[in-house]
Design a protein around this ligand. Structure first.
Ligand code: SF4
Ligand code: F3S
Length: 413
């Protein structure tokens, strides 16, 4: 059987013209043939959603969708793809829960509607009574072997939980106690789904980050992988979508979004938002969409007073200096890291609720500005004659402010 390391390399490779499902299918078939793995029974539950993730999965190359759902997995229930419909298909699902307790995998698409006991999302009828998505999830999830949330809505609430969220939409992991593997995206890329399911089949749970996302697909930011990164570094910014140059100033959220879209690309590995001239709107981010709006405004600027950490000034400094590459890189890196850390603070797994609106983000930036002002006041005092002995301490503080320690693993977003 292929080693785990080689499997991960395969998942992370960006060889085009073959879908990831096509590439991993032979190894999975081999594992089945040698009894190193068994086809798991799968229940695919769709809650509050637009079905976009199912459609995205169907966008895998033919015959990948068949390979994935019927050769790699033993799909027992998916309300759209079931041959049977109505009571018969629901019965098949309930039988699976009973007969395959602790063995079946539960894939959830869509947000959990929690308001009014979940009545805004009713899934099926049992014994003459409607069963809500919330009740079905709470009943089925504890009996599953693995729970996989696909798409931003199932992972973090996503667009279904956008303000004012009257249905109380939430991500699966906010509602149940069992561990969940999150595969975000609006929708999730078919490779992210097939690679994660393949890893689960062959080796168990993949390495996950603090948001329970597979590191092999969500380990780096869009910004780090972007083909326009050099233009960002050089201060060459597009003024409107579609123009050449880094799209930061027209709202690109690549610096705060973790996903491998620039390498993997969409629609059969043809293109991705930035390559098509549109800023990344952070659809794979836990904060999507409210925390990343407005989509066409750039990220909040972070004025330190000591180093102008915003792209306008970086660009101007570059033009003036002619060759300010090192300074720009330093400023840009600090900017990206600080914004990244502070913009997304407060959304750790223990407290997975994303900021409700930009006000909370602004509050954090206000705090930073206050700290900056207090440092400046201290610096002014020290500038007076006879007050220089605390200079070293102040410089240390300033350097801590500008270059915070690398965040611990659970603080990286
Ligand atoms: Fe690419 Fe966006 Fe980063 Fe610019 S800001 S380099 S367009 S990801
Ligand atoms: Fe979404 Fe940004 Fe990728 S908008 S598809 S995460 S480039």
């Amino acid at each position: 059987m292929i080693t785990r390391r080689d499997f991960i390399k395969l998942c992370m490779s960006t060889a085009v013209s073959f879908s990831l499902t096509d590439r991993i299918a032979p190894f999975i078939q081999q594992a089945f043939a040698t009894s190193q793995a068994v086809r798991p029974p799968v229940i695919w539950l769709e809650l509050g959603s637009c079905t976009g993730n199912s459609v995205s999965l169907e966008n895998a190359f033919n015959p990948s969708i068949d390979q994935l759902l019927f050769d790699m997995l033993d799909l027992r229930y998916h309300w759209l793809l079931c041959a049977e419909q109505g009571a018969a298909s629901v019965q098949a699902m309930l039988d699976t829960v009973k007969q395959e307790q602790g063995q079946f995998w539960l894939i959830v698409e869509g947000a959990v509607m929690t308001a009014d006991n979940g009545r805004y999302n009713e899934l099926f009828i049992r014994d003459g009574k409607t069963v809500t998505g919330l009740a079905a999830l709470q009943e089925i999830a504890p009996q599953a072997k693995h729970i996989i949330a696909v798409g931003d809505c199932a992972c973090f609430g996503g667009p279904a939980a956008a303000h004012p969220n009257p249905c109380g939409a939430k991500g699966v992991w906010e509602v149940i106690r069992q561990p969940v593997i999150n595969i975000p995206g609006c929708p999730a890329h078919p490779d992210w789904m097939s690679g994660t399911l393949g890893h689960l089949l062959l080796y168990g749970r993949p390495e996950l980050d603090s948001y329970q996302r597979p590191v092999m697909f969500f380990g780096q930011t869009i910004h780090d992988l972007c083909q326009r990164r050099q233009q960002y570094e050089d201060g060459v910014f597009a003024r409107y979508p579609g123009e050449a140059g880094c799209l930061y100033k027209v709202g690109c959220k690549g610096p705060v979004t973790h996903a491998d879209c620039p390498l993997r690309q969409w629609n059969h590995y043809v293109n991705w938002p930035v390559k098509a001239g549109a800023p990344c709107i952070g659809c794979a981010s836990p904060q999507f969409p409210d925390g990343l709006m407005p989509f066409f405004h750039h990220l909040p600027e972070l004025q330190t007073g000591l180093m102008p950490l915003n792209v306008k000034k970086i660009g101007a400094a570059l033009a003036a200096a002619g060759a300010g590459g090192v300074v720009t890189h330093l400023a840009a890196s600090i900017f990206a890291r600080r914004i990244h850390r502070h913009y997304l603070k407060g959304t750790k797994p223990e407290q997975p609720l994303p900021p409700e609106n930009l006000e909370q983000v602004k509050q954090e930036l206000d705090d930073l500005i206050k700290r900056q002002q207090s440092l400046l006041a201290e610096a002014k005092k020290l500038a007076r004659p006879g007050k220089r002995r605390n200079k070293k301490r102040l410089l240390k503080k300033i350097s801590g402010f500008l270059q915070p320690q690398a965040p611990k693993k659970d603080e990286t977003e």
